[in-house]
Design a protein around this ligand. Structure first.
Ligand code: NAI
Ligand code: OAA
Length: 329
């Protein structure tokens, strides 16, 4: 029997939490032979609802669920104790008419204590995925407040953007989602993100050749992906939850699974200065994993039009960093 993996989920009784926990507990993330102990973290007024979530987890009788720990956000160290993964979902979602960056002064402060508590209590091999928005800058805040944790353990989620882009390309080309590869999102999880269709392939051929409509790619495709979160909020009256939970599962799977040769996945990690992007920014790149550590895929070329898109999203990340400089020790 394998030793259990401990996974903390903050905001565990929220929309995304509810869509995420049951998939992790059922073995869909780490496998059917890997026991998991879930650490559920919520704000004090929501602990009653969290009891209900725990009851439902019990009622699923998942063989892979080896335990549940609950903690409130006044006792974060209990919540993160010995955790191998911390999935930071807990935060306020935006409403219609807002940009994700508008949440920065509401949600940013949550991540100072989160970083400190992860450093104090989590397992030595901890890896952290930040989902709560604006996720890149929240990740930066948590990382800066946990200086003893190696910087390559921090991720902000970009996989929902990548999945959205893959799906749009598959639909437009009449091919399957499995045919679309290397659909990198560069930069910020915001309306400035750059979905890099020029370097994506469909059925092994350049996506732009297969689609054969560059103006659709440059305008409609990019805007659809950049504004998809807002479109879901408009339609559903609440932000993406099941697809966000799915993207969180995909992110962790991409981190712990060696990336197939020639492929890559998108996540925002602490820039090492690759592609001239400021060292220390939490920026999305094309990544590969060896099953435990990531590398930034090198040698990806951008034309002048695409480079301007990358520059714009990186500029926004720098502005966000400046906005929260009081939260960065
Ligand atoms: N990176 C991405 O691709 C995506 C990010 N998001 C973001 O994820 C976040 C969560 O979204 P939802 O689950 O829909 O929101 P929700 O409001 O349904 O759930 C959030 C939960 O977090 C809890 N919470 C708030 N502050 C907390 C704290 N300090 N510690 C622990 N828990 C806390 C709340 O009590 C609530 O139960 C939002 O910021 C949203 O914008 C959503 C979709 C995609
Ligand atoms: O758009 C939002 O506010 C929620 C989110 O991050 C997404 O759906 O990508």
């Amino acid at each position: 029997m394998k030793a259990p993996i401990r996974v903390a989920v903050t905001g565990a009784a929220g929309q995304i939490g509810y869509a995420l926990l049951f998939r992790i507990a059922s073995g869909q993330l780490f496998g059917k032979d890997q026991p998991v102990i879930l650490h559920l973290v919520e704000v004090p007024p929501v602990m009653g609802a969290l009891d209900g979530v725990e009851m439902e987890l019990d009622d699923c009788a998942f063989p892979t669920l080896a335990g549940v720990v609950k903690a409130d956000s006044d006792h974060l160290e209990d919540g993160f104790a010995d955790c191998n993964f911390v999935l930071c979902v807990g935060s306020v979602p935006r409403k219609a008419g807002m940009e994700r960056g508008d949440l920065i002064r509401i949600n940013g402060p949550i991540f100072t204590n989160t970083g400190k508590a992860i450093q104090a209590a989590a397992a030595k091999d901890v890896r952290i995925v930040v989902v709560g928005n604006p996720c890149n800058t929240n990740c930066l805040i948590a990382m800066a407040n946990a200086p003893d944790i190696p910087r390559d353990r921090w991720y902000a989620m970009m996989m929902l953007d990548e999945n959205r882009a893959v799906s749009q390309l598959a639909k437009k080309s009449g091919m399957t989602v499995a045919d679309v590869k290397n659909m990198t999102i560069w930069g910020n999880h915001s309306a400035t993100q750059y979905p890099d269709f020029y370097n994506a392939t469909i059925g092994g051929k350049p996506a732009a050749d297969v689609i054969g409509d560059e103006s659709w790619l440059q305008d409609t495709f990019i805007e659809t992906v950049q504004k998809r979160g807002a479109a879901v909020i408009q339609a559903r009256g609440a932000s993406s939850a099941a697809s966000a939970a799915n993207a969180c599962i995909d992110t962790v799977k991409n981190i712990i699974t060696p990336t197939p040769a020639g492929e890559s996945f998108s996540a925002a990690i602490c820039s090492d200065g690759s592609y001239g992007i400021d060292e220390g920014l939490i920026c999305s790149f094309p990544l590969t994993s060896d099953g435990s550590n990531w590398s930034i895929k090198q040698g990806v070329k951008q034309n002048e039009w695409a480079q301007a898109k990358v520059d714009a999203t990186v500029a926004e990340l720098k502005e966000e960093r400046d906005t929260v400089k009081d939260l960065l020790p």
